[in-house]
Ligand binder design. Structure first.
Ligand code: OGA
Ligand code: MN
Length: 287
């Protein structure tokens, strides 16, 4: 049977919009084609899916075991009222933190494989999500730069990245679940990650990365910041203007992502299902 998958590549080094299917109803052959398409493009955008909670979790589980099933990423509290921006509570600090380029769970012993992410309610302007292709960024380095990053590692910590925003993470106001703010060993990861399924190399950088063994702390900070600046530029980035009902799935093993600002008197309700990394390939090298 001919597949109904319609794949339209984005105007970037990665990513595609996929139409012609309902994620809640895909059969095995379509699933296999979809997974191969995901590995190739790293980001797939599915407009107008309106996934229900169980459907989103079931779709995410096709990619593998989940790190967590479904978390609201939102400025709306569970009681339906708006979180006030200037209160700057722990959840607000995490929402602001998400606006820096990052990969998910690199601060955990095993980084995430990917995420299924969907929009329930979106602001009229702003609040896009951006992704950046770290495969293309690595490929764009010259040979000397590649040799340098190939040899380096960095520590990844959510305490570190949030502290850069003035978030005193060890004094929680109790509302944020505290996910990722563990007191375990700080994971050390290579700056260059080889994708376990495609074999492609990519830069593993972003806001959680800091402190390169063998490099002066301040020099490392500037070097890592410079790499993110270089990497997260056209044609290696795409920012999605959300419509309610859209869903995406991204490969956290080769992309960075970020939220972008919006008028926080407007509601934004997003749902995140985090796909667990394979300990064989997504574990930290040491801690
Ligand atoms: C996340 C994240 C970005 C956004 O959920 O991990 O970074 O646009 N979200 O909300
Ligand atoms: Mn994230």
């Amino acid at each position: 049977m001919a597949s109904r998958l319609e794949i339209k590549p984005l105007d970037a080094t990665f990513g595609a919009v996929v139409t012609g299917i309902k994620l809640a109803e895909i059969d095995e052959p379509t699933w296999r084609e979809l997974y191969a398409t995901w590995l190739k493009y790293a980001l797939l955008v599915f407009p107008g899916q309106y996934l229900k909670r169980d459907q989103q979790i079931a779709f995410a589980k096709r990619f593998g075991p989940l790190e967590f099933e479904m978390a609201a990423i939102s400025n709306v509290k569970s009681d339906g009222t708006l979180r006030v921006e200037k209160d700057n509570d722990d959840v607000m600090k995490i929402l602001k933190g998400n606006m820096g380029w990052h990969a998910d769970s690199t601060y955990m012993p095993v980084q995430a494989k990917g995420a299924v992410f969907s929009a329930e309610e979106v602001p009229t302007v702003g609040g896009q999500t951006g992704w950046a292709d770290m495969r293309a960024a690595y490929d764009a380095l010259d040979e000397a730069q590649k040799a340098r990053v190939d040899a380096l590692q960095a520590y990844h910590s959510l305490h570190y990245s949030q502290s850069q925003l003035g978030h005193q993470t060890r004094k929680s106001d109790g509302e944020y679940s505290g996910y990722g703010l563990h007191d375990g060993p700080v994971p050390l990861r290579p700056l260059v990650k080889t994708h376990p399924e495609t074999g492609r190399k990519s830069l593993l950088i972003g806001r959680h990365a800091h402190n390169i063994p063998g490099v002066d702390r301040e020099e490392a900070r500037q070097f890592l910041e410079g790499l993110v600046d270089f990497a997260c530029r056209n044609p290696r980035i795409y920012h999605h203007n959300w419509a309610a009902g859209d869903a995406v799935v991204w490969d956290n093993r080769c992309l960075l992502h970020q939220a972008t600002p919006w008028d926080m008197t407007q509601r934004r309700i997003m749902w995140h299902s985090r796909i667990a990394g394979d300990p064989a390939s997504e574990s930290a090298v040491a801690a």
